[in-house]
Ligand binder design. Structure first.
Ligand SMILES: NC(=O)c1ccc[n+]([C@@H]2O[C@H](COP(=O)([O-])OP(=O)(O)OC[C@H]3O[C@@H](n4cnc5c(N)ncnc54)[C@H](OP(=O)(O)O)[C@@H]3O)[C@@H](O)[C@H]2O)c1
Length: 433
């Protein structure tokens, strides 16, 4: 799991009134946002035609959002090669409004993640510029009606991955989700279109029970009240549960854990926390942090395949993490031996990082290339300091494993995976001096 999924309440606030007040305010804001957007969702009513007993598994027409992103590219590739999928409408924002610009962005993104850009020439794929926040998703009436008339599933994957933004900054994403529900309800398919929502394990940030977290709705908002990102996913989950119950559409919330580089070339965005941590360990701290516990990370391409299989599940909530966790020390040791770095206890590593943070202004001022790539980790210092390297919640995979044969087959991370990540980051220049 990731630092994106950690509990972020500063230690000095722990266990005192201030901490409670922060939590109360967060919970109030989360509930308020749910109440505000539930009104709209209730007003959508039910789909034109009721659901039939079985959804057809062939000729699926899928609306995919956020296909310019890392997971989105892999989803696009998996959907394109799936024989049961007849067509994919890939919806993305594009400031210029120009579909050619969107095509170019996809070409670059697919290349960056080691996928074949010629994929875009597939007659199965239609790229559409949208505005998620607008009525009809900013699509012209004909296009919107074409989607409403044909879509069998919507994979809603687009989201902002900002770890320090408060919940209020995610409100446009919640408004987008409402419009996605509107499209699903409007679908002329029996029972409306199914929605698969790419959620995050960060909704379990404050899950402290010793038992495993079940694939069930989280009724207590306190469990998710930690960082705005996770809180926004919780709000989204509540709205989808409402849509399932009241509007009668089929929804599956998939709580995704940390996604690693893909299993072929190890392409893992250098903007994410773990590559940042490795870069800062190499260039600033001179050691990697060791910690206890297991990690259940999954390669992004495997996760995409699993999500496509989960699209065919009727379960309301599923988890998507590796069914074969490995000891964190095990993986960190591979990094350490490959990068010729010592391991040190997490606390000592944080202290060294703190010293580096104090010198950050200097780092930025002299623009030293030696520190290149360390920026992400430095900006995440507070998250590293207050959180852990991932949360230690054990997630039930009982339903997920039934829904996805690919998840059941997923192997645990090993030395070869680590070598692929390092090779990829070296190629991008992240680890070069
Ligand atoms: N990466 C992980 O380890 C991880 C773990 C758990 C869950 N997830 C979830 O997986 C999904 C995809 O993540 P990713 O790693 O592929 O992220 P990513 O590479 O940053 O891609 C994010 C996608 O969402 C779009 N997007 C970003 N901000 C947006 C906004 N404000 N409004 C509309 N669209 C926006 C991006 O479009 P532009 O290209 O236009 O910016 C892009 O298509 C997200 O829902 C994320 O929460 C990821």
């Amino acid at each position: 799991m990731s630092i994106t999924e950690t509990t972020i309440l500063a230690p000095e606030e722990n266990g005192n009134d201030k901490r409670q007040a922060v939590l109360d305010a967060k919970v109030a804001a989360m509930k308020e946002m749910v109440a505000k957007y539930s009104q709209d969702i209730l007003s959508f009513g039910k789909p034109h035609t009721p659901r039939t007993s079985e959804t057809s598994q062939t000729g699926q027409i899928v609306v995919l959002t956020g296909s310019t992103g890392r997971l989105g590219c892999h989803l696009l590739a998996q959907l394109a090669e799936d024989p049961q999928v007849k067509h994919i409408y890939a919806l993305n924002r594009e400031a210029s409004g120009d579909v050619d610009a969107l095509f170019t962005r996809h070409t670059m993104a697919l290349g960056e993640w080691g996928l074949e850009p010629t994929l875009l020439r597939s007659s199965k794929i239609t790229l559409l510029v949208c505005n998620y926040n607008q009525e009809r998703l900013g699509l012209d009436e004909d296009t919107y009606e074409r989607l409403a008339g044909s879509a069998t599933s919507i994979i809603h994957n687009a989201w902002r991955l900002h770890l320090k933004a408060p919940l209020s900054e995610f409100e446009p994403l919640i408004a987008s989700l409402r419009n996605i529900v509107g499209l699903a309800v409007r679908s002329s398919r029996p029972g409306g279109a199914k929605i698969v929502f790419v959620s995050s394990v960060s909704v379990l940030a404050n899950f402290t029970t010793m038992s495993e977290a079940l694939e069930r709705p989280i009724t207590d908002p306190c469990i998710a009240a930690a960082i705005g990102y996770g809180e926004s996913k919780w709000v989204a989950e509540q709205l989808l549960l409402t849509a399932r119950e009241v509007n009668g559409i089929d929804t599956t919330i998939v709580r995704v854990g940390q996604l690693t580089g893909d299993s072929r070339i190890g392409a893992w965005s250098t903007k994410e926390w773990l590559p940042g941590l490795v870069a800062i360990s190499l260039k600033v701290v001179g050691a990697l942090p060791d910690r206890e516990g297991d990690i259940n990370w999954l390669p992004v391409d495997v996760a995409a395949k699993v999500l496509v299989e989960m699209m065919r599940s009727n379960e309301p909530v599923l988890h998507l993490v590796s069914p074969r966790p490995v000891a964190c020390t095990h993986i960190i040791t591979f990094f350490a031996s490959r990068l010729k770095l010592p391991l040190m206890p997490y606390q000592g590593w944080i202290e060294r990082l703190h010293t580096a943070v104090k010198a950050q202004a200097q780092v930025q001022a002299d623009g030293s290339s030696k520190k290149r790539g360390a920026g992400v980790a430095l900006t995440l210092f507070e998250l590293f300091r207050d959180g852990h390297l991932g949360i230690d919640v054990v997630l039930s995979l009982e339903r997920a494993l039934k829904a996805s044969p690919s998840l059941a087959r997923a192997k645990s991370l090993d030395e070869e995976d680590v070598e692929r990540y390092i090779a990829y980051w070296q190629k991008t220049g992240l680890l070069s001096a």
